[in-house]
Write a protein that binds this ligand. Structure first.
Ligand code: T1G
Ligand code: NAD
Length: 655
């Protein structure tokens, strides 16, 4: 078995090259290969060592697929220590992404250079872990305590120029990395630079109060998560203990997290997210259609956000509304959203203006004659949608993809309203559409493979996570939401208040409790959908009567200032005794006895409802695999990733 690590002497420099596709993960063979190569360099009497990688990226971390199994020697900290201990300069040359254990290997080196396009990061927190090969000890020594805490608690990679600013990388290499790095290594040697060990550097001055400051902030921003808190403890150890003491402390915390439930759940989620992008039965080389222009029908809550998703990816968009007033309203929602993104620092002023300039408006469908893709986002009325698809069939060019953003409706019936059902599918975005990562790609009976492949690829282009769903009422997410919503309504009638239900679910880790979510999405969306159903299809009135009464009282949710809660200008939910009155009256009308309900019961009944329906969805083949449902709920419904998703949690909790 050839080693994934090669060694060769180039002049007087020993070049160690890692080549372990797809992302040069630090498998056991790579770890052993690095040590063997260092031994060769020692024998070679080379003047310095250059560590570089083949393929699309520098080392992207430890091999996650090895986690959960007994760790085999050599251990990564030993490899990093061996690199740092080398008695001649070791230079790491970075391209692509140096992540986790990969960046720790680079921190073991004495000097780091990178292509300007490279990114470095310590994303272990996203796996419920911490940098367990000295990252928590070496990073603050180079970048300072605050920058180190930000890098490790966010898990977000930074571009190489930023890493230069922070002292984490020493040199940017333009052009060919290998040649440039060899030349720079010779320069270092020429000016008498020897080994420079990060472990021997002091942690720069810092305010010791910073650690509690981060603990408090993370208790809010990373509510319920253990790893971020342990990272703070480790960086504090770096600042208060000698290097080896800090390293031992880090190791202990690392293994405690590795054996913990949260990391197991997040590792499941890491692979589930990557699996979800794969469509069984769809060949990897299925041809795709080019999408260079998009049309959106309906500029309401969803249409505006969808338009921004495409414009933010550089794709021109034409927004169609029913008349000029509605168009003006739709475009002003977009302007407001861009202003908000600039205010929150998510987008630069110039970039926002450039993206906004890619969005134009019209009221005449003829404006869509050359569009490569058209997405309909008008009212949730099946007949209206069929009419619109009939019109699109007339005006759109052959080969254009026609998609509906419907939340519930039968995509096959909508496709049948055209002469080209093979070009029709569902593209179900989530509110707010320019922010939420999830995209349900609804495959119709007649949807062509190249249409599906095109949209799976397009999702990545607009930075969405696609999940394939078959056609059924509410697809994956909203179908599972039905029994979840029904249980919520029953719990209200049986004695739990909206605030109690929401706080129990938020304590469980949901980003937002169900009643607040319903108010955000608009109670009228579900109401209109129920109106389109027969009495029998609606099921037990106890599961929707309260919502119907609120809508009929003009309480549509946040957009009308009142729903299950009342909302002021600050959009904060305020419990409303009027709602309690409606709930109690409905309970007595339906003969439902009220009682004290514990938070645990609320959580197990609501999560149980999701899991039960999820198992039916997988059994029916509407979803390809249970992991896809976990991706849907984490990215579309605010389910905590550190619990793995409802299906994973259901199995882990034996629900
Ligand atoms: N281990 C094993 N497999 C990995 C992997 C890893 N670290 N990273 C990616 N893969 C697989 C992935 O499953 C997929 O496989 C293929 O590579 C392409 O990935 C001690 C403990 C590098 C930015 O968290 O963020 O180091 O599906 O589809 O979109 O401190 O992958 O094709 O079969 O994602 O171009 C820390 C994780 C580990 C980085 C590339 N490192 N990876 O993104 O491709 S913990 C990470 C990523 C650690 C130490 C600790 C991304 C990427 P398949 P992909 P991509
Ligand atoms: P909305 O009421 O906010 O907006 C609908 C827009 O469509 C209105 O601006 C209306 O003027 C326009 N419209 C109606 N008929 C039209 C026509 N013939 N031609 C052009 N424009 C027309 O509704 P929304 O919340 O944006 O929902 C739109 C669709 O997206 C629905 O199918 C809904 O189920 C779905 N959806 C909604 C959400 C959500 O959270 N609101 C999430 C996902 C999907």
């Amino acid at each position: 078995m050839t080693s994934p690590v090669k060694y060769a002497l180039t002049g007087d420099i020993g070049v160690i090259t890692v080549d372990n596709p797809p992302v040069n993960a630090l498998s056991r063979a790579v770890r052993q290969g690095l040590l063997d190569a260092l031994d060769r360099a020692k024998e070679d009497a080379c003047a310095a060592v250059l560590l570089i990688c083949d393929g699309r990226t520098f080392i992207a971390g430890a091999d996650i697929s090895e986690f959960g199994k007994p760790v085999e020697e050599p251990w990564l900290p030993a490899v990093v220590a061996a690199i740092e201990a080398f008695d001649r300069p070791v230079v790491a040359a970075i391209h692509g992404t140096a992540l986790g254990g990969g960046f720790e290997v680079a921190l073991g080196a004495h000097y780091r250079c990178a292509l300007p396009s490279a990114r470095i990061g310590l994303p272990e927190v996203k796996l419920g872990l911490l940098p367990g090969a000295s990252g928590t000890q070496r990073t603050p020594r180079l970048a300072g305590v605050r920058a180190a805490l930000d890098l490790m608690t966010s898990g977000a990679p930074i571009p190489a120029p930023k890493a230069i600013e922070l002292g984490l990388v020493d040199k940017l290499i333009e052009g060919d990395l290998r040649e440039g790095a060899l030349a720079w290594t010779r320069e270092l040697l020429g000016s008498g630079n020897g080994p420079r060990r990060v472990s021997e550097m002091p942690v720069p001055e810092h305010d010791t109060a910073i650690f509690d400051e981060y603990r408090v902030a993370l208790a809010r921003s990373a509510r319920g998560q253990v790893a971020p808190q342990r990272i703070v403890d480790c960086v504090e150890a770096a600042a208060t203990k000698p290097f080896d003491g800090g390293l031992a402390f880090e190791r202990k915390q690392f293994f405690a997290l590795m054996e913990g439930e949260q990391s197991a759940a997040l590792r499941h989620f890491f692979f589930a997210e990557r699996q979800a992008a794969k469509v069984e039965g769809l060949a990897k080389d299925t041809p795709t259609r080019s999408i260079d222009s998009v049309g959106i029908i309906g500029g309401g809550t969803m249409g505006g956000g969808i338009a921004m998703s495409f414009a933010n990816a550089g794709i021109p968009v034409t927004l169609i509304e029913i008349d000029d007033d509605a168009l003006e309203r739709g475009l002003s929602i977009i302007d407001r959203n861009y202003a908000g993104s600039v205010k929150r620092g998510k987008l630069g002023e110039e970039q926002a203006a450039a993206n906004r300039a890619l969005i134009s408006g019209a009221t005449d469908y003829a404006a869509l004659a050359d569009a490569d893709l058209v997405i309909e986002a008008v009212f949730e009325d099946p007949e209206l949608k069929k009419t619109i698809f009939g019109k699109l069939d007339d005006v759109c060019k052959p080969g254009a993809i026609l998609a509906t953003n419907t939340s519930y409706q039968d995509v096959d019936a909508i496709a049948a309203a055209t002469s080209r059902p093979q070009d029709v599918l569902g593209l179900h975005f989530f509110s707010p559409a320019h922010i939420m990562k999830l995209l349900e790609v609804v495959r119709g009976d007649k949807t062509a493979d190249d249409v599906l492949a095109t949209c799976m690829q397009l999702a990545k282009r607009i930075r969405k996570t696609p999940v394939v769903s078959g056609v059924c009422y509410g697809f994956i997410g909203n179908r599972m939401l039905q029994p979840y919503a029904a249980q919520t309504q029953l719990l209200l009638l049986e004695g739990a208040s909206p605030a109690q239900i929401d706080s129990a679910m938020e304590a469980f880790g949901m980003a937002m409790g169900p009643l607040r979510v319903f108010d955000l999405a608009g109670l009228d969306v579900g109401y209109k959908a129920r109106q389109a159903l027969s009495e029998e299809e609606r099921g037990d009135p106890a599961t929707y009567r309260v919502s119907d009464l609120l809508v009929e009282a003009g309480r549509l949710g946040q957009k009308s200032g009142a729903g299950f809660y009342r909302y002021g200008d600050d959009r904060k939910p305020v419990p409303d005794p009027d709602v309690q009155e409606i709930i109690e009256a409905t309970a007595s009308e339906l003969g439902i006895a009220r009682r004290e309900i514990a938070d645990d019961e609320i959580v197990s009944r609501l999560i149980g409802a999701l899991v039960d329906e999820g198992r039916k969805i997988v059994a029916e083949g509407i979803a390809q695999r249970a992991g896809d449902l976990d991706v849907v709920y984490v990215y579309g419904y605010g389910f905590p990733a550190y619990r793995g998703g409802p299906m994973y949690h259901g199995d882990a909790a034996g629900l």
